[in-house]
Every structure is written in C-alpha cells, then in structure tokens.
Design a protein around this ligand. Structure first.
Ligand SMILES: [Zn+2]
Length: 333
C-alpha cells in the first residue's frame, strides 16, 4: 500500500509536503483501509463493532517509539496478521518534525487543539496540520456506525526527561467527568501505573477528543525520546499488546489488575519574574517526590513550599518565558 516506501513512517515523511488524495483498498476479510492524508490511515472492519479507536503519535516528531509501534501494527493489519475487530484511525501527527528528528519545527502542536490553532499564525505548517487533524478525528467519529458505543483516543508520547514512573497517563479535564473503570483497566494492562487527572481545560490533542468529541482519551507518556531505530521496543511490550488486544476485541490473558495511582495538581509553578528562583535540580526526574516544607520556588517574599505530606513534581522546566508554567506539583489521591 505504501509502495515504493517500506513503511507508513517512510510514506508519511516522503509525503510531508504533498496534497495526498485518499486511496482505498479492501483486505481479503473485508476490512476497508483508507489512507486519508499524509500520516492518516483508517481501518474499518466489515463486521459490527462497538468502538472507534484513535491512536495518534508523532505530535512531537522526535518521540519515535510509539510511531514505530503503530507502524508495526499498521503493517500487520494490512498483512492480516493482526485481527481488526474495531474501527481504528492511526495518525502520525507531525511529518516535518519526524523528518527533522525534532519535537516541532515552528510551534508545539500539542498546544494548538480545541480550536487554539485559529489564534495562531495560519501560515505555519503545524497550525494548518492541527486544524486538519481535528477534522479527521471529528469525521472519523461522525461517520461511525450505530453499533459504536465507545469513542477512545490514545495520544502516545515519550518524554525528554527520565521519570520515577516510567509510564503515565494524563486524563483531560471535562466538567463532571470521572475516570471510568474500563480505562483504569486499560492503563493497568498497558503497565501504566500513574495517571494525572487534569483539573482544567487544556488545548492538547487528547483534550480535543475528550472535550469536543465526547471520547475517553489520554495523553500517554510511554518512555524516553530516542531516534528512529534506537528504541528498545521490549520496554513498550505492554502498551503494544494492550493496543493490539483492543483492536482485536480480545480480553487480556492476565486478569491481575495492577494498581494505577491517581494524582491531581495541587500547585502550578509559574515563573513570575526575571528574579524568580527555582530550587529543583535540572536533572530531576518526573514524579520525584518532595516532603512537606521543602522550598520549591521563590520570588522575593513570595515562595512555594510543599504543602502536603508529600508532593511529586512533573514537567519541571525553569527556562520558560516569564508568566509561563515551570512545572506542576501533584498530590496522590
Ligand atoms: Zn510529546
């Protein structure tokens, strides 16, 4: 299907600047396969299914392990070595950044969703791409058959920083919503043992599908940033298997449910001025914990000390512009 390219990764990078017309084929078991655009491919079984599943990766172009995993699943779906029992839309988000082995080219795509792209420079490739990706996801859900009861989106990333929790999920905020047991089971099967429950609306891709498309969605942080071909994919076995079982509509072999710890934000660290000081070491891992009373940041007489018995830090980055977020302090619930 991707000829002369060897994989959907190569096909996506080669067509980064192309206007692709949709191409369509039907597998021997009746599954319909459509390349909708560069880096966007849809599989639809001809049997009744109950779930529309979006698997996205490469929203940050250098986060390659999930792209490699998705590419293998795509290959096996086409070869019919992987059963397709649910509708699946795969998205490789940022082909230009994938090609350049960069997080992004002009602008961080994962801040552009929920219509935020409308307020940015519309001449930028990533801004246009975010608008298109919203439309592909919206259309995918809008076209689902009446048998579909579940809309799911897993937006897969890897982190630059090491983490005390190798894998964690971020669950977008939707007013009045609670994390359902079915999704806790999925996280557990995928060996994701921590989830951050957001408490306000965001402009990430997963927020778009939760807030605007009524989907269950997560941003999944699955490991470390590595160049294509250098990932230790054995570290991604659990998420790979969980996704494949989901697509095949099969139950996991093990019924052991690993605990998934849930966290909420108790403090947002803001770089308030040029004089603002940050007392967290540059190389500290995500989910490193601090004890009550420890000094985290200070700006003149204004300081933040750990309030709870224990708080964990995520996404620390003191090198942001004044007024922006330099990290989050979490408490376990
Ligand atoms: Zn990312």
């Amino acid at each position: 299907m991707f000829s002369p390219h060897r994989s959907f990764i190569e096909h996506t990078i080669a067509h980064a600047d192309s206007e692709l017309q949709p191409t369509h084929s039907t597998l021997s078991v009746g599954t319909e396969v459509t390349i909708l655009d560069t880096g966007v491919i849809r599989f639809e079984p001809n049997t009744a299914c109950d779930t529309s599943l979006v698997i996205s990766c490469g929203i940050h172009g250098n986060e390659t392990a999930p792209i490699e995993i998705a590419s293998h699943i795509i290959d096996q779906l086409i070869a019919e070595d992987q059963k397709c029992a649910q509708r699946v839309l795969f998205i490789f988000g940022n082909p230009w950044a994938m090609d350049a082995a960069e997080r992004f080219i002009d602008i961080n795509m994962n801040r552009l969703f929920c219509g935020q792209w409308q307020h940015e420079d519309l001449s930028l490739k990533e801004v246009k791409r975010a608008a298109k990706l919203e439309a592909y996801v919206a259309n995918f859900f809008a076209e689902e058959p009446v048998t579909v009861k579940n809309r799911i989106h897993y937006d897969c990333h890897t982190a630059i920083r090491t983490s005390q929790r190798e894998r964690f999920g971020v669950y977008p905020f939707v007013p009045g919503r609670q994390l359902p047991a079915s999704q806790i089971t999925f996280l557990s099967n995928a060996n994701i043992d921590a989830v951050l429950l957001q408490q306000k609306e965001a402009t990430t891709f997963s927020s778009f599908s939760s807030l605007k498309q009524n989907a269950q969605s997560f941003t999944l942080e699955l490991g470390k940033v590595c160049p294509f071909g250098e990932n230790d994919l054995t570290r991604y076995k659990a998420i790979d298997t969980a996704l494949r079982q989901f697509i095949a509509d099969e139950q996991p072999e093990s019924t052991d449910v690993n605990a998934v710890d849930q966290f909420v934000v108790c403090h947002e660290i803001i770089r308030t001025s040029e004089q603002w000081q940050f007392f967290v070491a540059d190389d500290v891992s995500n989910f490193t914990t601090f004890k009550q009373g420890e000094l985290i940041s200070q700006d003149g007489s204004d300081e933040y000390r750990v309030q709870e018995a224990e708080e964990a830090i995520v996404f620390p980055n003191p090198n942001v512009p004044v007024g922006q977020r330099a990290g989050l302090m979490l408490k376990r619930i």
